[in-house]
Design a protein around this ligand. Structure first.
Ligand SMILES: NC(=O)c1ccc[n+]([C@@H]2O[C@H](COP(=O)([O-])OP(=O)(O)OC[C@H]3O[C@@H](n4cnc5c(N)ncnc54)[C@H](OP(=O)(O)O)[C@@H]3O)[C@@H](O)[C@H]2O)c1
Length: 250
């Protein structure tokens, strides 16, 4: 068989947010590329649905609330020796700036920023991520363009970008890489909820020459960042947005 630099054969990858949308597809795509997947979410029934969709064997579902220190401890205790981590768990809320408050900021930063950073810290402290490993954060083009009524969400994704870059400098000593994917609008339950909450989705999708993205478009980039194909890449991010931001001069 010919060498495939994108293969995840023999690797073990932790994926958060795997009970829905992008994280679910990342888990499926990683398993399809040969990885054993440890996959998390809060909703046990939707985690089971992800389990049923995973090709291969030996995958491990972990139900956990990542805003709860016990949830993080549960994931870290059961993750095993990892070669990669994809932080896809997150929430988006449409809140005009005049209505933001402490509760909203705590909610969004709690899962979008604090959870991935605290989970990563705990995994590193336990030496769960092997040399040659790769950490992938899921940000958003929101951090670059700041859509209306997303001050806190966009700020949370910008925070993740800065943290990813600093982390990359520290974990390079352990030969671990850290990168981020910034998707545009992707067809997931999160986007449906934003549409139901009043986002003008048709208009937003029209901004992207290639239209709406699919979870596979993000998952393929995650496989790339996890695999040897990107072994010389760290502190970087991909914008995957169907061409939306190019004309916006970011
Ligand atoms: N869809 C887009 O257009 C888009 C664009 C840019 C960036 N993103 C980012 O991509 C990531 C995934 O988004 P998505 O569209 O796939 O959203 P989604 O379908 O709503 O999925 C979100 C996932 O996060 C998990 N999650 C939320 N709160 C959690 C908590 N406290 N503890 C553990 N898990 C939690 C959910 O699991 P449970 O509900 O089971 O807990 C679910 O698996 C997010 O970080 C989002 O900001 C999405």
């Amino acid at each position: 068989m010919s060498f495939n630099p994108f293969s995840l054969d023999g690797r073990r990858v932790l994926v958060t947010g795997a009970s829905s949308g992008i994280g679910r597809q990342v888990a499926i795509s990683c398993a399809g590329m040969g990885a054993q997947v440890v996959f998390c979410g809060r909703d046990a029934a939707r985690l089971e649905a992800t389990a049923a969709a995973l090709p291969g064997a030996g995958h491990v579902p972990l139900a956990a609330d990542l805003q709860d220190p016990d949830g993080i401890a549960h994931v870290v205790a059961n993750a095993g020796e990892l070669h990669g981590v994809v932080h896809a768990a997150g929430i988006a809320r449409l809140v005009p700036f005049r209505m933001i408050n402490q509760k909203h900021m705590d909610e969004v930063f709690g899962i979008n920023v604090h959870a991935p950073l605290l989970l990563t810290r705990a995994l590193l402290a336990r030496k769960s991520i092997q040399a040659g490993g790769s950490i992938v954060f899921i940000g958003s083009v929101g951090s670059h363009i700041g859509p209306v009524a997303t001050s806190v969400y966009s700020a949370s994704k910008a925070a993740l970008l800065g943290a990813m870059r600093s982390l990359a400098q520290e974990v390079v000593k352990q030969k671990i890489r850290s990168n981020l994917i910034a998707p545009g609008y992707i067809r997931t339950p999160m986007l449906e909820q934003l549409g139901a909450a009043g986002a003008m989705l048709d208009q937003l999708i029209d901004y992207a020459p290639l239209g709406l993205g699919e979870p596979e478009d993000v998952a393929n980039a995650a496989v790339f960042y996890l695999s040897d194909a990107s072994r010389w890449m760290t502190r970087t991010f991909f914008i995957i947005d169907g061409g939306m931001t190019v004309q916006m001069s970011i």
